[in-house]
Design a protein around this ligand. Structure first.
Ligand code: C2E
Ligand code: CA
Ligand code: CA
Length: 587
């Protein structure tokens, strides 16, 4: 029966003398070592290598022995290595692994491998140096991967918020140094990204973000730093850009790059972005403040009407604080259901009867008191809260219509839509669902879209408004006269009513030019078969003027302000009774 390998080995060395046995055992131990081992003389000539060293270097023991250790050192490290060896030999000590040095070994095939090396020294045989060499390429790769992950955004591969913070710190240090170099910080937030995510799904949202990253990168210079802060927020550091004029050029270039529609999953998506810019050192000289200022400027740009940019200005600070407070309180109000709809009558000019109502948001906050929609709607629009708020308004209006129907009151309710809702892909579904859920006949719901919002993207407006019309819903063009609609365009829009903005009614009939304008709008509307509602009618004179022009309806404080639902019900029923009585007397 053959002996097992260990027994065979012991038998083989048993007949050797003690020295030879020692050498054989040492050799066996060296070849079993997990690290490469190289033994050299003091001049660096290789005396011996083990099996693992052959593996790491790709050379055989015969090829290595007798050669200089330099053959294992990459060419550009050789000078340094020689110097290093000389110093080591002046005061040799044990040098362990894991000192974090970045060492490389030159392999036979020309490639390099990342290694860690520990050194030992012996005075035997005229002095020898032993190097233990460990292949750490996997470890280094892992460290590199971890570093990348900690500093980059996984989706776009751009720098992340954390790493961008470092870049700002570095730019600030340079800015304060002898070669002072100003820089600009640009913060960019996509407009209506939530609508894309909600409407087309997160995969489409991701594709849009990737496309945005690509476009921004290609519109920027090599020394500019681009990062994704998270969500749909990107930021750019522009070194050497110290003036508003220079920053403006870049901002405009970026906006142009983003304006081109993007094709995702077979859809053509239009998106823009709002940008805020802060300059260092002009506006601030620390990173946190600069980012905050750029953020304020960005919100300012959003409010000014999106696809826009703005520079930080000191006055933004106070306004911003107020807006943040409004936003926070509004979110709470929405969550707690403390918003309310009041309803303002629309009145038939000829008969004086209420024919419809407009739903207007009312909010009384326990801390801030009564806040007008003129103040909180723009904040909701700038922060995206408008979508949630708008959905609540549609649902609440439908609930009210059905409640009135139960009381025998069939009143059309007009609801204001914001531009973002118009861009919301599921708006038509949302409206249809509400009609169905509350059993509302579609003709009792009207949606108001301002002329300027419809004008901002006429194709989209046409598409969405047509789909709403197809549900049987009426559409009115709000604030008419302020948006400079062209006639041709107005013809294409599927609206049934236009509402003349109240700014035109203010000086009617005293002011000739405004009276002429109202007259012209009415004439135009009549030729197009559109009904006109005059807004902001406060005086009997204004009403008389409208009567003379055969204006169909008006809305204004002359008849009533926005009222609680119960008050509207009372008005309606009172009207019914009066008409009923009149009918009785007539017959
Ligand atoms: P709007 O759609 O033009 O609404 C008419 C505004 O004119 C209302 O102001 C109303 O109270 C006011 N008004 C009515 N009659 C008169 C009058 O005779 N004289 C004067 N001086 N004003 C009159 P309110 O309620 O403050 O709303 C302001 C704006 O807020 C609305 O303008 C609308 O753009 C927005 N808003 C209100 N509710 C909503 C809503 O539910 N959703 C959206 N997206 N916006 C809303
Ligand atoms: Ca309105
Ligand atoms: Ca209006």
């Amino acid at each position: 029966m053959p002996a097992d390998p260990a027994t065979a080995f012991v038998r083989r060395i048993a007949h050797l003398d003690e020295d030879a046995r020692g050498v054989t055992l040492e050799r066996a131990a060296m070849d079993a070592a997990p690290d490469g081992i190289v033994l050299t003389d003091l001049s660096g000539r290789i005396l011996m290598v083990n099996a693992q060293m052959e593996n790491i270097s790709g050379y055989t023991s015969e090829q290595l022995c007798g050669q200089s250790i330099d053959m294992l050192v990459p060419a550009r490290a050789r000078v340094g290595h020689g110097e290093h060896m000389r110093r080591y030999l002046q005061a040799p000590s044990r040098r362990p692994m894991g000192m974090g040095r970045d060492l490389w070994l030159q392999r036979r095939d020309g490639s390099r491998v990342s290694v860690d090396v520990s050194l030992g020294h012996s005075s035997a045989h005229g002095g020898t140096v032993v190097a233990f060499v460990r292949d750490v390429s996997e470890l280094r790769q892992l460290q590199a991967d971890m570093h990348y992950q900690a500093t980059h955004d996984t989706l776009t591969g751009l720098l992340n918020r954390w790493q961008f913070g470092h870049q700002i710190d570095q730019a600030i240090a340079e800015q304060a140094g002898p070669q002072a170099r100003p820089f600009a910080l640009l913060l960019l937030d996509l407009d209506d990204f939530k609508a894309i995510n909600d409407g087309y799904g997160h995969a489409a949202g991701d594709q849009v973000l990737l496309e945005v990253a690509r476009r921004l990168r290609s519109a920027l210079g090599a020394s500019d730093t681009l990062a994704r802060l998270g969500g749909d927020e990107f930021t750019v550091l522009l070194p050497g850009v110290g003036s508003e004029a220079d920053a403006q050029l870049v901002a405009e270039r970026l906006l142009r790059a983003l304006c081109v529609p993007c094709h995702v999953q077979g859809f053509e998506l239009n998106f823009g972005a709002s940008m805020g810019v802060a300059l260092c050192p002009q506006h601030a000289a620390d990173g946190i403040t600069l980012l905050r200022y750029a953020d304020m400027a960005m919100y300012h740009a959003k409010e000014r009407g999106r696809a826009n940019f703005a520079f930080y200005a000191p006055s933004m600070g106070q306004k911003m604080a107020e807006k943040i407070l409004l936003h926070d309180r509004l979110k709470i109000a929405l969550a707690q259901g403390s918003l309310a709809l009041h309803y303002q009558p629309q009145v038939d000019v000829a008969s004086g009867r209420m024919v419809a109502v407009e739903a207007l948001l009312r909010w009384t906050d326990p801390q801030l008191g009564e806040v007008s929609p003129g103040r909180f709607v723009p904040v909701a629009e700038a922060t995206g809260l408008i979508l949630e708020m708008g959905a609540w308004v549609i649902a609440a209006a439908c609930r009210q219509i059905s409640e009135w129907l139960r009381q025998g009151i069939a009143l059309r309710v007009a609801v204001n839509l914001s531009a973002q809702q118009l861009r919301q892909v599921d708006l038509v579904d949302q409206v249809a669902c509400n009609l169905q859920a509350h059993g509302v006949p579609p003709h009792l719901l009207e949606l108001e879209v301002t002329e300027s919002e419809a004008l901002a993207d006429p194709e989209l407006a046409c598409k969405v408004l047509s789909a709403l019309r197809a549900l049987g819903i009426c559409v009115a063009l709000d604030d008419f006269g302020t948006g400079h609609s062209s006639l041709a365009y107005l013809r294409q829009l599927p609206v049934s009513r236009i509402k003349v903005d109240r700014s035109f009614m203010r000086h009617v009939p005293a002011c000739d030019s405004e009276s002429t304008l109202v007259r012209a709008v009415l004439a135009l509307a009549h030729t197009m078969g559109l009904q006109v509602v005059a807004e902001g009618v406060e005086t009997p004179c204004q009403l008389q003027f409208l009567q003379g022009l055969q204006c169909a309806h008006y809305q204004g404080w002359l008849f009533a302000k926005a009222l609680l639902p119960e008050a509207i019900a009372a008005l309606y029923l009172q009207d019914m009774v009066q008409t009923g009585l009149m009918g009785y007397q007539d017959s």
